[in-house]
Design a protein around this ligand. Structure first.
Ligand code: PNS
Length: 164
């Protein structure tokens, strides 16, 4: 049986923490779709979905069983439409757990789909796209936290006057 997993997220932008989860999922499941979604509970993103996808494409180019998708709507509908068997999420700390557990239970209730959690690598446990953006916004060095192409895109984005 071929197991198809989805790694969903905002990826605004992708960090080393996300990449670690994507790589480990790609070693664990036959097929992995990274679904880049707009999180409706967050403010408008820094990058357009197409830009996020372009960065994801570049940093996952060496993973042959990883595909990318953009999706707006319910994750469970995306999963059903794409014959996805399991949702994979990274868990950084206990603080992630409550919300992730609620989402896993809701998705199982409305979509009859299981969620599996990968524990974050401890060196990434403090890492989030939001914190990376805050450091980059004020000119801090984010090269330890994101791939080089993402660090460059962040610097360019904050160099422009229109960055939110
Ligand atoms: O990277 P994020 O922002 O933590 O990702 C959250 C995301 C996009 C995975 C989550 O908000 C999501 O699944 N959104 C899709 C809409 C949906 O299905 N909502 C119900 C979740 S129970």
């Amino acid at each position: 049986m071929t197991v198809h997993a989805v790694v969903p997220g905002s990826f605004d932008p992708v960090t080393h923490g996300h990449l670690d989860v994507i790589r480990r999922a790609s070693r664990t499941f036959d097929r992995v779709t990274v679904a880049c979604m707009r999180n409706v509970s967050k403010r408008a993103g820094l990058f357009e979905l197409d830009d996020r996808l372009a960065m994801l494409k570049e940093v996952t180019a060496d993973l042959p069983n990883v595909e990318l998708a953009v999706f707006k709507g319910l994750l469970v509908e995306f999963a059903a439409d794409n014959e996805i068997d399991v949702i994979v999420k990274g868990l950084r700390a206990v603080s992630d757990f409550e919300y992730e557990l609620q989402m896993a239970q809701m998705n199982r209730s409305i979509g009859h789909i299981e969620t599996m959690f990968l524990s974050a690598n401890p060196e990434h446990s403090f890492l989030s796209s939001s914190l990376v953006k805050e450091v980059a916004r004020f000119g801090g060095d984010v090269t330890d936290f994101v791939p080089p192409i993402v660090a460059r895109r962040l610097a360019d984005r904050y160099a422009s006057d229109e960055a939110p």
